[in-house]
Design a protein around this ligand. Structure first.
Ligand SMILES: [Zn+2]
Length: 423
């Protein structure tokens, strides 16, 4: 009989991971008609980049899509189906856009933006599928095309997107699915993301964003948590699906319905009194809080209401939830979640206490676990180094504390690490 029991993983430092996922961003024509000059499209995309870098400076973390190929609708209205012209690719140049402008934006992206956001391809065009050998458009959308592909063809397609980003100096550690790309073959998709990442970026722990869980399902918050889609402990390979937990509350129809009221729109995510809103409800249920927007809903209106709602939401999150949440990039969430699902341990009796030895296929910073302790804890050592005791405070890196008969500790998880608990 050990003097501890019920060892389980917890959220990092007992804080809810939160992440802002931005879809569909690139240098033109997603979500709009083809009658707008490319320079205006570029300026909007550039201003968006400056604005989200500002959010990053306020602590926001997440992911930003960069659609590698630019297509322009032939008509004046944006349609998800229809005719498109291919204007080029971010690694080779975009027709009508001076090269120095593209390079300037890419440098900004590679510099400060990547400190705050993972950059992912959102496959190749986000409109019509592309024949990657001839670089010509096919006559069906990427998501229609994707639903009847096998591992080889999906891997090739995804790898092409990753390699275009790599050519401009961006190492994307995951992908975003345009619309429901790969949903009907999701098991194959998950493997294809892994194979493509290994091929292009030598990455073995990866993730993708495909699913949105926008409403209460009558169940509890775990329905919006990430999902471990593939795990090979021996090879150290894993794929996690990161799920968005809410509707996008800044679509043009929602903005119209709310009469453009920024505060009312932000209430949908988090109310100003901190007592309601989707993020608050899920926070109470101990869920992961990744949520998404599309860049054009944020920045295509002259009045900029979409972005003002996002700014208000972020300021409420930081003010009302503060250090109850932890802003994380999507790859950090994927790593934490995967580590929490894949670690194992053995328990050894010691003269005064117990020792745990961990087997972990994935290392993970600030890994947090808890356990029931039947005796008072004197000290906790990780690989022989004492952790600081923070009784009564929030957990910080390399610390431990007691709460309601449970020991909570936060340490860096690596394969073979030992935790000695003196009682
Ligand atoms: Zn999209």
């Amino acid at each position: 009989m050990f003097s501890i029991s019920d060892v389980r993983s917890e959220l990092p430092m007992l804080r809810a991971p939160i992440s802002l996922m931005i879809d569909d961003w690139s240098f033109g024509y997603l979500g709009t008609g083809g009658d707008i000059p490319i320079n205006l499209e570029f300026d909007r995309a550039y201003n968006f980049l400056l604005d989200i870098i500002n959010l990053g400076r306020k602590g926001v973390r997440g992911k930003l899509s960069l659609v590698p190929y630019i297509t322009k609708p032939k008509g004046v209205t944006h349609k998800l189906r229809g005719d498109y012209i291919l204007l080029g690719c971010i690694s080779k140049g975009i027709k009508g856009l001076p090269k120095h402008k593209l390079l300037e934006a890419l440098n900004l992206l590679k510099g400060e933006a990547t400190r705050y956001f993972d950059i992912t391809p959102e496959m190749l065009t986000h409109t019509l599928a592309l024949d990657v050998d001839s670089e010509s458009l096919l006559d069906e959308t990427e998501w229609e095309w994707s639903q009847r592909q096998d591992l080889d063809s999906l891997t090739k397609y995804i790898a092409h997107g990753l390699s275009v980003l790599r050519q401009v100096g961006l190492r994307a550690n995951g992908i975003t699915c345009p619309c429901d790309f790969g949903k009907e073959v999701e098991g194959v998709l998950a493997r294809a993301v892994l194979e493509a990442e290994k091929l292009i970026n030598n990455i073995k722990l990866t993730w993708y964003f495909l699913h949105v869980e926008p409403v209460r399902d009558g169940w509890h918050g775990s329905s919006v948590n990430p999902r471990l889609m593939y795990l090979d402990r021996v090879k150290g390979e894993a794929v996690t699906s990161i799920v968005s937990c809410s509707k996008e509350y800044i679509t043009s129809s929602m903005i119209e319905k709310a009469g453009g009221d920024i505060y009312r729109l932000a209430d949908n995510w988090i109310r100003d009194d901190g007592k309601g809103g989707r993020l608050i409800e899920l926070y109470r249920e101990g869920a992961y809080l990744a949520f998404h927007i599309h860049w054009y809903n944020s920045h295509r209106r002259e009045d900029n209401i979409g972005f003002k709602v996002v700014e208000e939401t972020v300021s409420r999150i930081n003010r009302l939830l503060g250090d109850k949440v932890l802003w994380m990039k999507c790859n950090e969430i994927a790593r934490y979640f995967t580590a929490s699902k894949s670690f194992k341990f053995k328990t050894y009796k010691q003269t005064k206490g117990v020792k745990l030895r961990f087997e972990a296929p994935f290392h993970c910073q600030n890994f947090t676990i808890s356990m029931k302790s039947y005796k008072e804890i004197k000290n906790v050592k990780v690989n022989g180094v004492a952790l600081k005791n923070l009784n009564g405070e929030t957990l910080k890196p390399n610390t431990w504390m007691m709460r309601n008969g449970r020991l909570y500790l936060c340490f860096n998880l690596i394969n073979g690490v030992t935790v000695e608990i003196k009682q």
